[in-house]
Design a binder for this molecule. Structure first.
Ligand code: F6P
Length: 365
């Protein structure tokens, strides 16, 4: 009987997921005694009755590396350790179904699991590994906030989208003598904001790692105007906050959704700027999930392909309990415990922040 590796994609989708899946399948197809199966919507496919497991062969993955999203679906709710259960009174609880999941994997003839996901998914990987699961992680997030890897795939595609948005806003802002605030994703990390501000030539860049002083922002905006003419572009990361203030977020009402929902920071900044006396015309653009959907750029396809091939080779070597990571120029394996121990934030003293300041970008301080 052939050995089976089960692949799951968990958490928010990200450009490059399909390129990882394709690479795993194509690499596995070179081993006669292995087959790849996909679990639909993270581990829900294993836990559902009847289960939702797909055999993935060369036909199923042909050409998918250029497609955004994930062909096996994903979810950022629930999971084997916190499966949502509806009570008779309509309220919701969670149940730990991890033991049952391991039994189901055994029943399905699964010898190894590759879990492609962000920090939440890799915490699940670590806990499953501690319970004896032969599991390997592949990091993914557009936020680039995982410390174990130099870059995550999907990040550069998100930066490209955000940069294109800055480029477009420049032309309309200049025509109308307006200020534009572009809100980008990234959760508590300012990577997308910083990279797109530098690449697009924004004038102000506000990121979570450097709390902003509204007066400094206004000063920089007015330096861009002369006799009422001029324009300015502000890139703000969704997790940015003013000095002494807090991030702007909403609790989610979606069942089983554990994250807080960031967003709305561009509108909040505009209110703060007006209260502080800004008189120019000002508009906001929230880029949202446009940063996450669509075709991955070449860089992300390449990184995703490297991750997929290495993840399968780790299965062959039985190197479980680890996550693949990129440490230029190598693809390495990092133990889960180390991989999820801390986040990767922008260092305000880094060379990239220095370069941003060097070309006149106000970082809000
Ligand atoms: O972590 C990726 C990310 O896109 C964040 O940048 C963003 O805050 C969040 O996910 C949005 O999550 P959702 O798709 O659940 O709204």
């Amino acid at each position: 009987m052939r050995k089976r590796v089960l692949v799951a994609t968990g958490g928010g989708d990200c450009p490059g997921l399909n390129a990882v899946i394709r690479a795993i399948v194509l690499r596995a197809s070179r081993e006669r005694d292995w087959e790849v199966v996909g679990s639909i919507n993270a581990f829900d496919g294993v836990l559902k009755e009847p289960n939702e497991i797909l055999v993935l062969g060369e036909k199923e993955v042909a050409g998918v590396h250029i497609r955004g999203g994930t062909i096996i679906g994903t979810t950022n709710k629930g999971g084997p350790f916190a499966w949502p259960i509806k009570n008779p009174d309509g309220s919701w609880d969670t149940a730990d179904r991890s033991d049952e999941m391991l039994r189901r994997l055994q029943y399905l003839g699964v010898d190894a699991v590759i879990n492609i996901g962000g920090d939440g998914s890799q915490q699940i990987s670590q806990r499953l590994f501690e319970k004896g699961c032969n599991i390997i992680g592949v990091p993914k997030t557009i936020d680039n906030d995982l410390s174990a890897t130099d870059f995550t795939f999907g990040f550069q595609t998100a930066v490209q989208e955000a940069t294109t948005a800055v480029d477009k806003l420049v032309t309309t802002a200049a025509s109308h003598n307006r200020v534009f605030v572009l809100e980008v994703m990234g959760r508590y990390a300012g990577w997308i904001g910083l990279h797109s501000a530098v690449a697009g030539g924004a004038h102000v860049c506000l990121i979570p790692e450097i709390p902003y002083d509204i007066k400094k922002v206004i000063e920089r905006i007015y330096s861009r105007f002369h006799r009422g003419r001029g324009y300015a572009i502000i890139v703000i990361s969704e997790g940015a906050k003013p000095v002494g203030g807090d991030i702007h977020y909403a609790e989610s009402s979606e069942v089983g959704y554990k994250n807080i929902r960031l967003g709305g920071v561009a509108a909040k900044l505009i209110v703060e700027l007006k209260q502080a006396g800004l008189e120019t015309d000002i508009r906001e653009t929230v880029l949202g999930h446009l940063q996450r959907g669509g075709t991955p750029i070449a860089y992300d396809r390449i990184l995703a392909t490297q991750f997929g091939v290495e993840a399968f080779e780790m299965v062959l070597r039985e190197e479980f309990g680890k996550m693949v990571a990129y440490r230029h120029p190598n693809i390495v394996a990092v133990p889960f415990a180390e991989a999820i121990s801390h986040y990767n934030f922008v260092n305000p003293e880094s060379d990239l922040v220095k370069a941003a300041r060097g070309v006149g970008i106000c970082m809000g301080d």
